[in-house]
Design a protein around this ligand. Structure first.
Ligand code: SAM
Length: 198
C-alpha cells in the first residue's frame, strides 16, 4: 500500500468510492456483492501497484478500465507526477462513468478513450496496466501494440497466473517479475517488459 497519502489523494479516493457506489446499481461497474468491501477488495488491491511502480514521465495506458480499476486509482495516486493516463474502455456507459469521475475529481492527468484496444492507434506507453481483462496469452498482443519498447506492464492476475505465463511463453518472449498479492491469496501482480515474438 502507499503510505502517508496526502489529504487530497485521500479525499479523491473517497469521492471515487462514493461515485462507484452511486453508479453501480445502474451500470454494474463491480460485482454488487463486493460493494461492502469496496476499499479492501478493489481500491487497496489496485494501490498495491503504487507500492512497487515508480513512474516518472510518459503515457500510462490502462486497458479495459471498466469502473476505473486500476486506472482511476493510479491516476489519483500519481496525480503529482508528470504522467498522462489514457484509459481504454469499449463500453459507452462505462466510458461515460469514467469521464464523469475525471470531471468531478478534477483529474487533469487523465483521458478516457471509448474505443476497443485493438482499434486504438498504438500508444507507445511507458507504462501499462490491466485487471480482470483477459488471460495473459490474450493480453500479449495488446502489450505488443501499445507498450513502448522499454515500457513496463503491470498486470493484476488471479491464482492461475503461472499457467497463463507458461502458455504465453509459447508465443512471446518477455522479462517477468512477480509480486504476490496482499489482498487475494494466490493472486499476483506481473511486471512484464521487453516483449517480443518468441
Ligand atoms: C471484467 S471488466 C474489468 C474492469 C476493471 N479493469 C476491473 O478490474 O474492475 C473488463 C472491462 O474491459 C472492457 N473491455 C473488454 N474487452 C475490451 C476491448 N477489446 N477493448 C476495450 N475494452 C474492453 C469491458 O467493457 C469491461 O469494462
Amino acid at each position: 500500500m502507499i503510505e502517508n497519502v496526502s489529504r487530497e489523494t485521500q479525499d479523491r479516493l473517497d469521492a471515487y468510492q462514493d461515485l462507484l457506489i452511486r453508479w453501480n446499481p445502474r451500470i454494474n461497474l463491480v460485482s454488487p456483492s463486493t460493494i461492502p468491501q469496496l476499499r479492501s477488495r478493489h481500491i487497496d488491491d489496485c494501490l498495491q501497484i503504487c507500492a512497487n511502480a515508480d513512474p516518472d514521465k510518459g503515457i500510462w495506458a490502462d486497458l479495459g478500465s471498466g469502473g476505473g480499476l486500476p486506472g482511476i486509482v493510479l491516476a489519483i495516486a500519481f496525480a503529482s507526477r508528470p504522467i498522462q493516463f489514457v484509459l481504454l474502455e469499449s463500453d459507452q456507459r462505462k466510458a461515460a462513468f469514467l469521464r464523469s469521475v475525471v470531471r468531478q475529481l478534477g483529474l487533469s492527468n487523465t483521458r478516457i478513450d471509448n474505443i476497443r484496444i485493438e482499434a486504438r492507434d498504438p500508444l507507445d506507453a511507458a507504462y501499462l496496466s490491466a485487471r480482470a481483462l483477459a488471460p495473459l496469452p490474450r493480453l500479449m498482443p495488446y502489450l505488443d501494440r501499445h507498450l513502448a519498447k522499454d515500457g513496463q506492464a503491470w498486470l493484476m492476475k488471479g491464482e492461475k497466473w503461472q499457467a497463463e505465463v507458461d502458455e504465453a511463453r509459447q508465443h512471446w518472449k518477455f522479462e517477468l517479475e512477480t509480486i504476490a498479492s496482499n489482498t487475494q491469496a494466490g493472486a499476483a501482480i506481473l511486471k512484464i517488459s521487453e516483449v517480443s515474438d518468441a
